[in-house]
Design a protein around this ligand. Structure first.
Ligand code: NOJ
Length: 594
């Protein structure tokens, strides 16, 4: 939330948008840790804080600047910690507050910063706030959540009696009937994740106070879970039901509600304004448009520093949604990248990512996890890291971790996948194998198997039995085999991350997408002052002679043919024509203008 560089104390004032004095996080790279699956120090099969501390050298070596820690708070783990029952306690499975303090100190000692996950659209139903709220209709905390009576004329608890027809993100209705108090409560995610009512100022005050408490403890900012859902249309109207669907899409009524900008600005004022230090706020915002993102991240409006948007990771969703995937059309991907680069060129900031704990592994999804595994993993990284924005690396991505050969439904742990399977098979009568095909491809569990540290049993993740099976490819894909090995995916990521730190054109340069219509070539330039970079990437198995493609693919092709190479995911060859790309090759070239 200010311009100071890591290690300096800032004034708490916001960016003045000058390129000479960029906020520190604009030339930074974030690394996401999903604690359950990162490293287990005590043999219980679940990753923990001591496990993270023991592996900080890996991150320091990689060169990342910011660590985003997925939730480690007390939780019944219905949604792996995104259901919080105490915002100020560490879940015993992960460790203690004393462990946490050591983690913060160790991260800071290495010159990195820590971003906490802030999950405040909802709590767990085991949070004392909800327990009180549910205890009676006249409890003072009743209004901290969304309670509504049975639909007029319907019988409580029967299908169709819910206050609205909205579906939950995790299948079924978004409402749960509470027999004891005779009303329904809203849960956009699982029934154990009731939505907080942000209309109530006491709720907002309690959240801001909790945020200040973590900042006082030394954290450097927050990644805000589905923060676009905190303002809802409080009249809660029904949504439109698509043909053949049992539940409606309520998003137009609970996403980006009327007070969203007001709440985020208020949060900024109550939590960050005037605070000394260097902070970062990232808003996870499914469905955010470029125009909205510009408003949320315009420094003058004092809301958020950057958004996490979903457009590019929705491009392979089929007509029936994410469980019905289709192949990626690279032209659509380029159009999306260009729209975001252009739309936030002057004002605003974006997060750049392929992977996180909610997405399958990009190398399997958009690359080739077979013969061109290393090439496609590093090509994807190059295309992402060379854009304007803040790149995110999700644990294991730097090793080229792949999707998992899940055998049957019993191999999965994720509530979203399990609920979807049960609904599709048990209620809608779909063919289990067909449903499983979609789940295998897109399930979040692909990202949640243990980090592959070595070729030792359980990939060196645990001395016990892991909470979810290790990907059987760990003997060949693991950190130990890649550290320090020239040509490894890890060393390539290391070089890419270092480039962002040393080449101002990567963090700050203007962006121009070339050849938007080509089906497999991604080509764009980055320009700053008299420096220009050309990024070329081949999203396919066949070689490409860029210089010979028909049409005006590349202005100044001859200049680039012999230009200097900045980074290349194929070994350098003497006298090679820069414009010939091998399968899944990525090459970045540079030239001086004038
Ligand atoms: C988004 C998180 O990234 C996801 O993992 C979680 O299930 C939902 N929000 C609900 O908190």
């Amino acid at each position: 939330m200010n311009n100071s560089k890591p290690g300096q104390l800032g004034t708490g004032s916001d960016s003045d948008d000058s390129t000479d004095d960029m906020p520190w996080w604009q030339s930074s790279v974030v690394y996401q840790i999903y604690p359950r699956s990162f490293a287990d120090s005590n043999g219980d099969g679940i990753g923990d804080l001591r496990g993270i501390i023991a592996h900080l050298d890996h991150l320091e070596r990689l060169g990342v600047d910011i660590i985003w820690l997925s939730p480690i708070y007390a939780s019944p783990h219905d949604d792996n910690g995104y259901d919080i029952s105490d915002y100020r306690a560490i879940d015993p499975v992960f460790g203690t507050l004393a462990d946490f303090d050591v983690l913060v100190a160790e991260i800071h000692r290495r010159g990195m910063t820590l971003l906490m996950d802030l999950v405040v659209n909802h709590t767990s139903d085991e949070h004392p706030w909800f327990v009180e709220s549910a205890s009676s209709r006249d409890n003072p905390k009743r209004d901290w959540y969304w309670w509504r009576p049975t639909r007029h004329g319907a019988t409580a608890g029967e299908p169709g009696a819910e206050p609205t027809n909205w579906g939950s993100f995790f299948s079924g209705s978004a409402w749960e009937f509470d027999k004891d108090s005779g009303e329904y409560y809203l849960h956009l995610f699982s029934r154990k994740q009731p939505d907080l009512n942000w209309e109530n100022p006491e709720v907002r005050d309690a959240v801001y106070e909790m945020m200040r408490w973590w900042l006082d403890r030394g954290v450097d900012g927050f990644r805000m879970d589905v923060i676009n859902l905190i303002s809802k249309d409080s009249t809660l109207p029904d949504g439109v039901c698509a043909p053949g669907q049992r539940y409606a899409d309520g998003f137009p009524h609970y996403g980006y509600g009327p007070r969203i900008h007001e709440f985020l600005h208020e949060m900024h004022e109550c939590v960050f304004a005037g605070r000394v230090g260097q902070f970062l706020t990232v808003g996870e915002m499914p469905g955010v448009t470029v125009g909205q993102a510009r408003l949320f991240t315009d420094p003058a409006r004092r809301e958020l520093d950057m958004v996490f948007q979903f457009e590019h990771v929705g491009l392979d969703h089929g007509p029936s949604g994410k469980w019905d995937p289709r192949p990626l059309d690279v032209r659509e991907l380029k159009a999306s990248f260009a729209r975001w680069q252009d739309g936030l060129a002057e004002v605003g900031w974006n997060s750049l990512y392929w992977n996180n704990h909610d997405q399958p592994r990009a190398v399997s999804r958009f690359g080739d996890d077979g013969p061109y595994w290393a090439e496609s993993a590093t090509m994807l990284a190059t295309v992402l890291h060379l854009q304007r924005g803040t790149p995110y690396v999700y644990q294991g991505e730097e090793l080229g971790m792949t999707n998992v050969p899940f055998r049957g439904i019993s191999d999965f742990r994720d509530i979203e996948s399990l609920n979807y399977f049960a609904e599709a098979v048990d209620q809608l009568g779909e063919e289990p194998e067909k449903v499983l095909r979609g789940i295998r491809h897109i399930s979040r569990d692909n990202a949640r198997t243990p980090v592959q540290w070595s070729d030792e049993p359980q990939a060196g993740f645990t001395a016990g039995s892991p909470w979810i099976g290790v990907n059987p490819n760990y003997p060949t894909i693991n950190a130990r085999s890649q550290h320090g090995r020239a040509g490894s995916i890890f060393e390539y990521y290391r070089a890419l991350i270092a480039l962002r730190h040393t080449e101002p054109v990567i963090a700050r340069g203007a962006f121009e997408m070339l050849c938007p219509e080509h089906p497999v070539l991604v080509a764009f330039t980055r320009t700053l002052d008299d420096r220009e970079l050309l990024v070329l990437a081949n999203f396919g198995d066949a070689s490409l002679e860029v210089g010979k493609l028909p049409g005006p693919i590349l202005p100044n092709a001859d200049v680039w043919r012999t230009a200097l190479t900045v980074i290349d995911n194929y070994p350098a060859k003497e006298g090679v024509d820069n414009l010939i790309l091998s399968p899944w090759q990525a090459r970045v070239l540079t030239r001086q203008l004038n």
